[in-house]
Write a protein that binds this ligand. Structure first.
Ligand code: ADP
Ligand code: MG
Length: 693
């Protein structure tokens, strides 16, 4: 494999565009992609025809408008290129079919923002994300809007938020005499996942229907030896990763790092960062390809946030920054951050934004799956805070307290052996416990769930930072001494939002009460986290930045809650089915066999002891009865909920159904540990977690 040669071979990328398009058309298209110029639609016909020709050379017979509806997944509908000519066909892609597609939108979630009889939805080409050929189809990235113009997807608000940030960031840069065509946000999402064997997967109803195990006693060897993280890859895993890389590279995805994660059977892939909307598309494609490649290897890739209890779940770190088309990273502190006023102002904007809109940020990562991670010991807590590290932390402290900034010396690392090289050390150590951490030249938002569409979190970050920039620009434009005026704003904002900065251990028991005394939000589950989205201030910021209308913002919150209710409902129903059809009868059968054993012993001689059987029979019979009672309780509580009342129902799910499910699980998991494995109806955690060799 010649990697540089095959990289991006399935993508209609810049170099293919350059080679295949007439130079005027190429220039016009690049102006749209790079400088955000409005697309000149008259070039669409030419682009479509080149795209089609190229796609056919890659074996394509179909094309699809690829979009990201509010289901959180991607959607596609394939049309072939054929057009009749006499009794033959020709292959055709018109400019119009490149630019716009019409599709029935009634079966996609819209949060009640439109009546179902108004079914028209339109997909519109997003030229900033390159088209690609996959399995005989040309994929054209698009946005999805309704006939009346409401956005029905995650890409359009993402593009709008990027646009808002671009506009306001340029105003801030201009204060400092920096002109540029475009400020883009950049994202590098690190993707965690589990790999298990397909054979075990197919024997677990819960994994197939919900993506996670709803029952399962902990395995005797979990992650406590800390030997899996960065450990040697098992051959089957290494083979999977090799294939995965090859596929990802062919789609122009910069897959860079791969390694084992903390939990057994858990792994990670990190790409090199890119412009946000392309990074989002690439991450959606990555998740799909991971599943596909796994299947080829007889494996299943689990992207759920918490497939297994008792060991770590999976997340996605969203590394975020902003940079100009000339390559200036706005979050790069430089050698002397203390005198880098632009950097300090940008930092102040981010800190202000995160503090003012912590509720929105928290809500953007809320999902039934992610509720299992946030607040447990493996992911940052449900409280939003910002980590700055020693160097910047000291700088902000000095500004807030009005003291001189004493610069920490940069230390060179060495292991104290003369032969070993001296290595430069980073300015900040890692703090894995912070939800929003500054890591050198970017912020890392660590609360995202592994199966999330990262657009959600980035829509919020871009919007709220754009808003802070706008306020700063409004205040500072026209000031004679920008340095002085900006430094006054910086000091004021650092002071005003000092409470959001937390440089210590976010997992420690001291943090929760400390955060409460600072007045920070601590919304532990989706039902409690999402309602902030209905607050006026949190809607206004979207409206002001042109990202969502009020109706759209409300619809999105409704959809998030609806989705939560549906997922918990499916999980509860699956649990009930498993308990009633498989678990309770299996335990009962095992108890019956134990009883027979006792009877057999007694038939031989009254004196043979049978304490073991008796105790086991008693315990299991008790537990099985309690399980039946827990089943009944869950069933009746579930029936009592009116799922149409979204806000009320979501609260009931979180505060009634989830605890019911936990109780049912506790009973079943205990039975699993004392039931003969011959009788247990499902593969155990051991069978699943150690299934890949
Ligand atoms: P670390 O190892 O400290 O997490 P890395 O440099 O390995 O840092 O980066 C982790 C992720 O952050 C990678 O996906 C990387 O591409 C991404 N990243 C690096 N710089 C930026 C940036 N300016 N904007 C967005 N993401 C970035
Ligand atoms: Mg990371």
């Amino acid at each position: 494999m010649n990697l540089p040669e095959m990289f991006g071979e399935n993508v209609f990328n810049d170099s293919v565009q350059k080679d295949t398009l007439p130079s005027e058309v190429y220039k016009a298209l690049r102006a749209t992609i790079e400088a955000g110029k409005t697309l000149d639609v008259s070039i669409a016909g030419t682009v479509a025809s080149s795209m089609k020709k190229w796609a056919i050379s890659k074996g394509a017979t179909h094309y699809t408008h690829w979009f990201q509806p509010l289901t959180g997944l991607t959607a596609e509908k394939h049309d072939s290129f054929i057009e009749p000519e006499g009794d033959k066909v020709i292959m055709r892609l018109t400019g119009k079919s490149l630019i716009v597609g019409e599709s029935d939108a009634s079966s996609f979630p819209s949060g009640g923002s439109r009546a179902t009889y108004l079914a028209r939805g339109y997909t519109a080409w997003d030229p900033t994300s390159p088209a690609f050929v996959k399995e005989g189809t040309l994929y054209i990235p698009t946005v999805f809007v309704s006939y009346t113009g409401e956005t029905l997807d995650k890409k359009s608000p993402l593009l709008r938020s990027m646009n808002a940030l671009d506009k306001q960031a340029k105003r801030v840069l201009k204060l400092f005499g920096i002109e540029c065509k475009k400020v883009s946000t950049t994202v590098g999402p690190e993707q965690e996942y589990f790999l298990i064997s397909e054979e075990e997967y197919l024997r677990r109803k819960d994994l197939q229907l919900t993506g996670r195990t709803l029952f399962g006693a902990p395995v005797s060897r979990g992650q406590e030896l800390e030997d899996h993280y960065f450990g040697v890859l098992k051959p089957a895993v290494a083979e999977f990763m090799r294939d995965l890389d090859k596929e990802l590279w062919s789609y122009g995805i910069y897959s860079k790092t791969k390694h084992n994660e903390v939990a057994p059977a858990q792994h990670e892939m990190a790409p090199i960062f890119g412009t946000t909307n392309v990074a989002v598309d690439n991450n959606m494609l990555t998740m799909e390809i991971m599943k596909k490649v796994a299947k080829k290897h007889g494996l299943v890739c689990l992207l759920h946030e918490k497939p297994f209890e008792g060991i770590n779940g999976s997340g996605k770190h969203n590394n975020w920054s902003m940079s100009t088309d000339k390559g200036l990273n706005l979050l790069k502190p430089g050698a002397n951050p203390e005198s880098n006023t632009l950097f300090k102002l940008v930092l102040a904007a981010v800190i202000k934004a995160v503090d003012d809109y912590q509720g929105l940020l928290r809500a953007s990562v809320a999902s039934a799956g992610n509720d299992h991670r946030l607040g447990a010991d493996e992911a940052p807590p449900a409280i939003i805070s910002v980590y700055l590290g020693d160097q910047l932390g000291a700088l902000v402290d000095s500004i807030v307290k009005g003291q001189d900034y004493v610069k920490g010396k940069t230390v060179e690392g060495s292991i104290g052996v003369p032969e070993s090289p001296i290595f430069p050390k980073d300015a900040t150590d890692r703090n894995r416990t912070s939800p929003f951490a500054f890591t050198g030249n970017k912020f890392e938002f660590r609360m995202l769930g592994s199966q999330a569409n990262v657009a959600d979190a980035n829509i919020v970050i871009n919007t709220i930072v754009a808003d802070a920039f706008e306020q700063f620009a409004d205040e500072l434009e026209g000031k004679r001494d920008i340095e002085k005026a900006a430094n006054a704003v910086i000091a004021r904002e650092f002071k005003a939002h000092y409470r959001i900065i937390f440089n210590l251990d976010g997992y420690g028991p001291e943090w929760e009460p400390e955060a409460a005394s600072r007045g920070l939000l601590n919304n532990k589950n989706t039902a409690d986290a999402v309602p902030v989205c209905y607050e006026k201030k949190n809607i206004d910021v979207y409206v002001k930045q042109g990202v969502f209308t009020k109706a759209e913002a409300v619809a999105r919150a409704d959809i998030r809650l609806e989705n939560y209710i549906k997922i918990i409902n499916i999980e509860a129903l699956t649990m009930l089915e498993m308990a009633k059809q498989d678990i309770i009868p299996s335990v009962s059968d095992f108890v019956a066999e134990l009883c027979q054993n006792v009877a057999a012993k007694r038939a031989v001689c009254e004196k043979i002891p049978f304490e073991t059987e008796k105790n086991l029979i008693t315990r299991l019979a008790e537990l099985n009865d309690k399980t039946s009672a827990a089943v009944e309780k869950l069933e009746s509580d579930l029936k009592a909920i009116n799922k149409a009342e979204v806000r009320k129902a979501s609260k009931a799910m979180a505060h009634k159904i989830v605890p019911d499910m936990d109780e049912l699980r506790r009973l079943v998991d205990e039975m699993e540990t004392i039931t003969s494995s011959d009788y247990w109806p499902y593969p155990t955690y051991f069978d699943i977690l150690y299934s890949v060799k």
